[in-house]
Ligand binder design. Structure first.
Ligand code: UDP
Length: 567
């Protein structure tokens, strides 16, 4: 078995290992992996023990990990195993508060919720039941935010939310600026729901109609560019809002007859229909390697095997899941959406000695994700032969030729916690820093860390010494020191040292072969301009990404990882 890192052990002890009523830990990490494997194999009809062993092996060797709720709750009574949900918000007080109750139950179980608030009538609109005026979407978002604040997820993590407002809603300006004040909404990522028509209106500098969803009448006419500028300015100042490209999402909706997709889950990697849920899992790419003639190369056989097992694992989770609401159970079982993705991409590139900011890395990203998608679909087809196609298959884009068990197979999640458990780099992100203070992993201590692959490399080259260590800890970067060879510098470039074009190209490369979406943050230096952000957003749309999030360094006070500065 692979030994777990100090950080992994700390997180597992704090949040994942089962505890008794007095708070004493009652399982080891190996017992956790066994609990998950036994539970997930329990619906196998034949060769249950063989699958249990295979699931255990990929978990225990950190080749694949499912999303946190599965690690926390599998094998427990009423175990809710999914990370992602989308809930509807209809335009009535009853509907708003009934969805809020459902969201609270989901947060309590470890899941995150996405909502599109666009059906709500705008602020100051007429309300017939009271003859009064409405509060509008942003006011209700604040109610949801406050509720989320007080419902900690199973005591283990705080509820994550996504709020979307469509770009033609009359309250769109208030929404765009809703995270900029001191009393800002805390527990929401916010994204503007963007259509192709709007993007064309921006390009051609046309006017843009804001439509009251209740009366369907035009409430206001503005310049599309004015809304665009406001979005860009806010994203430059605070990182919010992001954009969700609803037209792109719906062109690729696998079940269009079941209605349009209006929202994604909190981090954007899964577009879902109302009440749909999705469970995720990620292959640890940094372990998909073998050594040949003293160099690493990709172990395609190991990757195939891991993907096949990962898809089977996630399909089993749908069968075994405890669903909190009958509506969630019904649509989730009808489409059986799963999202197998990756983590450790940056570390794989380092092991292969390919710089992240290179065309070679981008084409490998495409190749590897295309491979994963093909293997995922093969595995889902095999499951369809064994267990049947997903119930809504006949109404899906796959009928009549491609018989699949799952309406979607792939998503690239942020892997915020599971990559720490697997001791690898997050998702498809480049390294954030070579040396850093990690704060807030458990909301408390600061700890200084130097990237393990960098230390290994320096030791191999016989140049690792105290002077180098001190220099790196002080600078947080290796780019300006002469103690590190140039060839090493380029493979260890960190997030802010990588031009935004390469961030976007990686996102595009992975998105091309991901049927759901890719969660990625385009990390930018402090001196990035509003024009740059405008160009990034425009390019993201042209690249047919499903969503885009930027973050300009220093524009939020609390960052989980900070560059090291020991002066
Ligand atoms: N999520 C959540 N709360 C959190 C972190 C994540 O509800 O604190 C949900 C959210 O839907 C997100 C998804 O889990 O999009 C996957 O996030 P991530 O990959 O970071 O989760 P992990 O499995 O690593 O904990």
């Amino acid at each position: 078995m692979t030994s777990l890192s100090k950080n992994a052990l700390q997180i597992l002890k704090e949040r994942y290992l089962l505890k008794d009523r007095d708070g004493n830990i009652i399982e080891t990490p190996q017992q956790l992996f066994r609990r998950v494997a036994t539970c997930v194999a329990s619906c196998e009809e034949e060769q249950k023990n063989v699958f249990e062993e295979q699931f255990y092996e990929i978990l225990n060797n950190l080749l694949f990990l499912p999303n946190s709720p599965t690690l926390m709750n599998a094998g427990c009574r009423n175990g809710q195993l999914s990370a992602c949900f989308v809930l509807p918000i209809a335009d009535s007080l009853e509907a708003i508060f009934s969805t809020l109750k459902h969201a609270a139950l989901i947060h309590q179980s470890g899941g995150g919720t996405g909502f599109n608030f666009s059906k709500l009538r705008p602020k100051n609109d007429f309300v017939s039941t009271t003859s009064g005026t409405s509060s509008g979407p942003v006011a209700f978002m604040k109610v949801y935010d406050a509720a989320t604040e007080y419902v900690k997820q199973g005591g283990k993590r705080r509820g994550a939310n996504m709020a979307i407002l469509n770009v033609n809603h009359p309250d769109i300006e208030e929404f765009i600026t809703s995270k900029s004040s001191k009393k800002a909404i805390k527990n929401f990522n916010i994204s503007v729901g963007i259509t192709d028509d709007f993007m064309k209106a921006v390009q051609q500098d046309l006017s843009w109609q804001l439509i009251n969803p209740h009366t369907k009448k035009v409430a206001k006419v503005v310049k599309a560019k004015a809304i665009w500028q406001l979005i860009v300015n806010q994203a430059w100042r605070t990182g919010d809002p992001g954009l969700i490209f609803l037209s792109t999402i719906n062109i690729l909706n696998p079940t269009p007859k079941m209605g349009d997709i209006e929202s994604t889950n909190p981090c954007g990697e899964v577009p879902l229909l109302n009440y749909e849920s999705c469970n995720l899992g990620s292959v640890n790419l940094s372990k998909m390697i073998l050594k040949k003639d003293l160099k690493f190369e990709i172990d395609w056989k190991k990757l195939t095997k891991t993907v096949q097992l990962g898809i089977r694992f996630l399909d089993n989770v749908i069968t075994l899941n405890h669903y909190l609401l009958p509506q969630i159970k019904s649509i989730t079982m009808a489409n059986r959406k799963i999202g197998l993705g990756v983590m450790g991409w940056a570390e794989l590139l380092i092991l292969l000695e390919i710089p992240y900011a290179s065309v070679e890395a981008v084409s490998l990203a495409e190749k590897i994700m295309q491979f994963i998608k093909n293997e995922s679909y093969k595995a889902s087809e095999k499951l369809a032969r064994e267990r049947g196609v997903f119930p809504e298959w006949k109404n899906s884009i796959y009928a009549p030729n491609l018989k699949l068990r799952n309406a979607t197979c792939n998503s690239i999640a942020p892997t915020g916690t599971i990559s720490v458990i697997a001791d690898t780099s997050y998702s498809i992100e480049p390294l954030f820093a070579i040396a850093y203070d990690r704060i807030g992993i458990l909301g408390n201590k600061r700890q200084t860390e130097i990237n393990k692959l960098f230390i290994q490399k320096m030791k191999q080259l016989n140049v690792w010494n105290d002077k180098l260590k001190k220099t790196i800890l002080n600078a947080g970067s290796i780019q300006s020191t002469r103690l590190v060879p140039q060839s090493i510098k380029s493979i260890f470039k960190t997030s802010l040292e990588i031009p935004w074009k390469y961030h976007l190209m990686h996102q595009q490369a992975f998105q091309k072969h991901t049927d759901n979406a890719v969660s990625k943050t385009i990390n930018l230096c402090e001196d990035t301009t509003e024009e740059d952000i405008s160009r990034i957003f425009m390019t993201a749309w042209k690249y047919k990404l499903k969503g885009i999030t930027v973050y300009r360094h220093g524009s939020k006070i609390n960052q989980v990882i900070q560059k090291c500065n020991l002066n």
